[in-house]
Ligand binder design. Structure first.
Ligand SMILES: [Zn+2]
Length: 297
């Protein structure tokens, strides 16, 4: 049994090498070349030999050793993926290679495993995702892209272009460094497909258990078909319509955008910290928290 490697540490080690060789304006990461070159240099006995697209039935990505375990193959589903999704899938399989290849000879990764894997019950899938997003979107560079600017799907779209990943992957990365509570919800036909809360939101109990329950969007959600949202829409409402435990004065900023090649809708929910929110404070909290939030954005 080998020492389990930390996904972020491994990805950051590769990123600093790339920074040294290519400088910091080096995006998007050429993940095919990086995976092959890095594995050849560091693991001569069992490198990644080939990366290719194939019409994979039921999988998005696959990592597989030959019989001798002397070389590895990465396949990605060429049939139904965008370029951003392909890049993420290859980085995810590269993550399995770096982190888990001593545990298995073959990794078959499906739709639910890649990109949104934080909701995943299987640790190795979440680890491969973390490796992929760390490698493709290093946080120091990501912070420089968004610093001092109000967050919007346009700005996140710029990040998704820069890193060559989907809008979903870029937004999931951003909520990790969001200055406040942030929740990303993916929905189709007025129901949540999955949702991801950042640490601050999770700690305050603002999350949706989409794996266990079928959850409908609130009737007044921008993305609800009842509403018929406009892409430019960005509005502040009351957090309670999403999270019944939030005090009535708690505001939420909501923005929505079509994603996944228009297959589903992303809703980004932003709320101020919940620190002040203790028992019995609902009544005492001055109503102007909500007003102040609207004024200050
Ligand atoms: Zn996987």
């Amino acid at each position: 049994m080998t020492e389990p490697k930390k996904p972020m540490a491994e990805a950051n080690r590769i990123s600093s090498m790339l920074n040294q060789v290519l400088g910091i304006e080096r995006f998007p990461v050429q993940v095919n070349e990086v995976a092959q070159e890095y594995s050849r240099q560091c693991f001569k006995d069992s490198p990644i030999d080939r990366i290719q697209g194939e019409d994979l039935d039921g999988f998005d990505g696959l990592l597989k050793a030959n019989k001798m375990r002397s070389k590895w193959l990465i396949l990605y589903n060429s049939a139904r993926q965008s370029d951003g999704r392909k890049r993420f899938t290859i980085a995810h399989e590269f993550g399995h290679y770096i982190l888990h290849r001593h545990q298995q000879d073959i990794f078959e990764c499906g739709d639910g495993d890649i990109e949104t894997g934080d909701n995943n019950e299987r640790d190795i899938e979440a680890e491969a995702d973390l490796f992929a997003s760390t490698l493709l979107m290093p946080l120091d560079d990501f912070r420089r892209q968004v610093e001092g600017q109000p967050i919007s799907f346009d700005l996140l779209g710029h990040c998704s272009d820069r890193y060559g990943v989907s809008l979903t992957a870029a937004t999931l990365r951003w909520i990790e460094i969001a200055p406040k509570r942030a929740v990303l919800v993916a929905s189709r036909d007025d129901h949540m497909l999955w949702a991801k809360s950042n640490r601050a939101a999770l700690k305050s109990g603002s999350y949706f258990a989409t794996r266990r329950n079928t959850i409908e969007l609130p009737r007044d959600a921008l993305a609800h078909s009842y509403h018929g949202f406009d892409l430019a829409d960005n509005r502040t409402g009351r957090a309670r319509s999403w999270f019944c435990r939030e005090p009535s004065s708690m505001p939420v900023t909501e923005m929505a955008r079509e994603a996944g090649q228009y297959d589903y809708t992303l809703t980004l929910l932003l709320m101020p910290d919940a620190e002040w929110q203790g028992p019995n404070h609902d009544e005492e909290e001055p109503e102007d928290t909500f007003e102040r939030f609207i004024r200050n954005g």
